[in-house]
Design a protein around this ligand. Sequence first.
Ligand code: AMP
Length: 220
Amino acid sequence: MRKYVIMGVQGSGKGTQATLLARDLDLVHINVGDIFRWHVQNHTKLGAQVRRTMRAGELVDDELAGSVVRRRLDEHDWNFGFVIDGFPRNATQAEFFLESFDIDGVIHLDLPDDEVRRRVLARRLCSQCGMDYNLIAHRPRNEGRCDVCGGQLVSREDDTEHALAARLRDYHAKTNPVLDLFRRKEFVFTVDARPDKHTVQKAIRQRLDLPPYQEPAESG
Ligand code: AMP
């Protein structure tokens, strides 16, 4: 059983790295932001509660975030473990987490703010099928159109300069204390998030003493 938390500022590649790790090691990838987005898109009661907060790039309240995580982990579909992405984001959430679940490590992806800004403002999402693009690293073949379904590419609602500035402020003010808290328990493995995704994944595997990562042959 392997239980990890992956942390890093928006655009640090948390989702990508968690996906690569989960795929090879049969872990369940739990993305708290995606769970909230699902609720907003499906117009659930919870979605209505969090929509405005999310749009402003602010954190939803801790109790709500904690209960979403608990409900997800209570499904117990993670026989080989999980990698949780987007939680905990402040000291209260970290305390809840440490009381409720024992974890094997916190993967901390380290990325400077100016690189965050460059990456996040280049993110695009297909409005029809949800496929992710990035105008720096993964451009669509036809500008503004999805390669898969031809749908229109849009920015995520909260990927604006204004929302990003709020998220960076929040991140530094609230998440750094979380890292300090975990560091006191020697849980934190910091990895440089600036290189390409394969290099970062290799570094994560090394740091966590996991089976080595096999880079796909077709990757460039
Ligand atoms: P993300 O995709 O991780 O950027 O999350 C999108 C939005 O979901 C955030 O801007 C918050 O509004 C909300 N959210 C995600 N995770 C949390 C969390 N741990 N605590 C509070 N709000 C969260």
